[in-house]
Write a protein that binds this ligand. Sequence first.
Ligand code: SAM
Ligand code: SF4
Length: 344
Amino acid sequence: MGLLEDRHGRVANDLRLSLIDKCNLRCTYCMPAEGLDWLTKNQTLTADEAVRIADIGVRLLGIREVRFTGGEPLVRRDLEHIIGSLHEAHPVLPMSITTNGIGLEKRIDGLVAAGLQRINVSLDTICPETFAEITRRRRLPQVLQGLEGAKAAGLHLVKINAVRMRGINDDQAAELLEWCLEQDFQLRFIEQMPLDADHGWTREGMITAEEMRELLSVKYNLAPHDEPRGSAPAQLWDVFPAGSDHAATTPLGQVGIIASVTEPFCQACSRTRITADGKIRSCLFSHQETDLLTALRSDATDQQIAEIWQDAMWIKPKAHGHDAVGLDTPEFVQPERSMSAIGG
Ligand code: SAM
Ligand code: SF4
């Protein structure tokens, strides 16, 4: 078996497979209000193609886990079929989805029965007004219903992904953490990255990981969690009530902080990405993509497809889509595709 190695010594074994570019929300840090020029059905991976890619990754290239994303993966009616088919071929492969949670309560039992083990739900606020401001849709109740469904389905660990936006939801950080601790969801704050379709991201406008820790300090003390982080993007912190003695107190839970901009973890990155139109991206911020769809739709063998994938990953940039540029340096150029079109 080969591996997805790159020339900087990393090995990618974690596949982010985007199944669709469409979405039923319009988060301002991700999509423009009017949506994007959606892929046509013919341009989008079919269920069989998505399963074949993941299967080749697992059998021939050392992929050890698959996360389905988008756009909004629940918008695809055949998500259960895709997960079920891959599960049948690889019964112990960990599979997860990242979703905005809308409609999840109706689908979760079917998804779990198909083989889904883990789920990340994106939720930036529990305030209906703020939710509408960020997502441009009044759909918080549906997301909360989806989360209830995930809880009722007995999934082991439901993670919540949350972006902070200055002047919009930065003052709600501690409130969201309190709610997640009560609900037994693991909250992970994500630094906003320059991947919005409106190109409105600025370094000054972004809430840094350090600021997030300060925002939480109104209510909580944080201490580094002692489990090794490995290639996980989130740095985990144990959460204690403010003013408590860590040594004598059991933590209330954990919170993760994903500091892609200010404390990047590119040297430990183990991810490889496939877009919904079948392009290999070695990095979220890459300016280069390699077409896999044409090979999939020709008579290319699994081995030939694996070789195209290996070649694309070999040239993975050292960090943030470049070999010598950081996200917050003036030389950084935002990739053409935005987050939903890449698959976050
Ligand atoms: N629609 C699904 C969802 O929202 O979970 C899956 C796709 S979405 C692109 C995946 C993740 O990317 C979400 O957690 C979202 O908050 C995050 N995201 C989108 N744009 C981002 C940005 N500019 N910076 C940081 N995270 C972003
Ligand atoms: Fe849709 Fe997810 Fe992007 Fe929000 S972050 S617009 S839910 S793809």
